[in-house]
Design a protein around this ligand. Structure first.
Ligand code: PLP
Length: 408
């Protein structure tokens, strides 16, 4: 029987999951049941400051009144009709995304991975349509993460993600993000596209260097390869700019988006230039749910907030976070490096401390995340207030002190 009770017994939840949910996530033993702005509450009523926002998704914070009202209104009106009919909202979302990105058209998906998958297919289709069907190869980067479906996984670099599922899509060359010269060697007139995260997220929060950005620009110009800038994690205001590729002077032909776009409602988009769009024909790609009414309504609320000054606010908030993190780095020599921009930060720590940090932070009422083994990642809601930044970083400071001391 499906239960719809709102009284949640944390032990029962964990037991039920252990026997009924596929065990692919090693869950953190907390049952989060309610949120408000940058705060979360667990089933026992304990409060946390959320510096993760569901891995960069709850962009407007939790239980945002404007988003909640819009979703409730949409649910009362119409949720879904499929992509077979004209859609009252997709054009509005697509044109807002075009204004923001300088790209021309959007294809809507339900996730970031699907947006990557769409971009890879559209890049192939571009060359097929333009008389180069053998131009199918891809260049991707070490430490990259683009998702876990076969296409997206094929351009994701980590062996643990890949090995159990090989063989993957052929023709992908990985290069080091620290070796711009290798890009010139890897790309050729067989390269359909280069795919890059302007700031690598899952790989450990690594901003792309100016030298590699230059190499990408020149290689695309020399070989004609398309550029796919994966802005799923670092885009849509996260770094205090609409898109981080613009800060690197990169002009992508295709751009997958997701995460922040729906503020928590699953929605992604593959943006593209008109030149790419012209190569794609009716029936080439599709999705039953992609960009349905609920998803688009959420995206409109989020994009409205971006247009109303949220990007500048992230810039200011980001400077506050960075200043505090630099102080922490001076104080604790287990912090080897701090990397990031805006409200996307990674603290590269000694491994033994990094391992303890997520659990220790929880005890201190703080939600953070560890990625790439040694990196503590911060992706707070884009709406986080100065007070919550200060309180969150106070808690991070205390958690670091405890984790270094060896306890929780
Ligand atoms: N690309 C990047 C850069 C990501 O960070 C992620 C998720 O972390 C993805 C793609 C996959 O997105 P999703 O998990 O929404 O499918």
């Amino acid at each position: 029987m499906v239960q719809q009770t709102m009284t949640i017994d944390a032990r029962q939840v964990q037991q039920l999951e252990a026997t009924s949910v596929l065990q692919v996530y090693r869950r953190i033993p907390v049952v989060l049941v309610r949120g408000e702005g940058s705060h979360l509450f667990d089933a026992d009523g304990k409060e946390y400051i959320d510096l993760l926002s569901g891995i960069g998704v709850a962009s407007l914070g939790h239980a945002h009144p404007g988003l909640a009202d819009a979703l409730a209104a949409q649910a009362r009106e119409l949720l879904h009709t499929s992509n077979l009919f004209f859609h009252p909202l997709q054009g509005q979302v697509a044109s807002a995304l075009a204004d923001l990105s300088g790209l021309d058209r959007a294809f809507f998906t339900n996730s970031g991975t699907e947006a990557v998958e769409a971009c890879l297919k559209f890049a192939r289709r571009f060359w097929f349509t333009n008389g180069s069907p053998r131009r199918t190869e891809l260049v991707a980067f070490d430490r990259s993460f683009h998702g876990r479906t076969f296409g997206a996984l094929s351009v994701t670099s980590g062996a643990p993600y890949r090995e159990p599922f090989e063989p993957l899509v052929p023709g992908v060359t990985f290069i080091s993000p620290d070796d711009p010269a290798s890009l010139h060697r890897a790309a050729s007139d067989r390269t359909a596209a280069i795919i890059v995260e302007p700031i690598q997220g899952e790989g450990g929060v690594w901003p792309l260097s100016a030298a590699m950005s230059t190499a990408i620009r020149t290689t695309c110009a020399e070989t004609g390869a398309l550029l796919i800038a994966d802005e799923i994690q670092c885009g849509l205001g996260r770094t205090g700019r609409p898109f981080h590729s613009a800060a690197l002077d990169l002009k992508p032909d295709l751009m997958p988006l997701g995460k922040a776009l729906g503020g928590g409602v699953p929605v992604g988009a593959a943006l593209m230039t008109e030149r790419v769009a012209e190569a794609i024909a009716f029936g080439d790609h599709g999705s039953t749910y992609g960009g349905n009414l609920l998803a688009c309504r959420a995206a409109l609320v989020f994009l409205g907030a971006l247009q109303d000054g949220l990007v500048d606010r992230v810039d200011t908030a980001g400077a506050r976070v960075e200043a505090r993190l630099r102080l922490l780095a001076e104080r604790y020599d287990v912090i080897k490096e701090i990397r990031g921009s805006g409200l996307m930060w990674g603290l590269d720590l000694d491994e033994s401390v990094a391992e303890r940090m997520v659990g220790t932070a929880l005890k201190h009422g703080l939600i953070i995340n560890r990625t790439a083994g040694t990196v503590i990642r911060l992706l707070p809601p884009l709406t986080i207030s100065d007070d919550d930044i200060d309180a969150g970083l106070d808690r991070l400071d205390s958690a670091l002190e405890s984790a270094i001391a060896g306890g929780t």
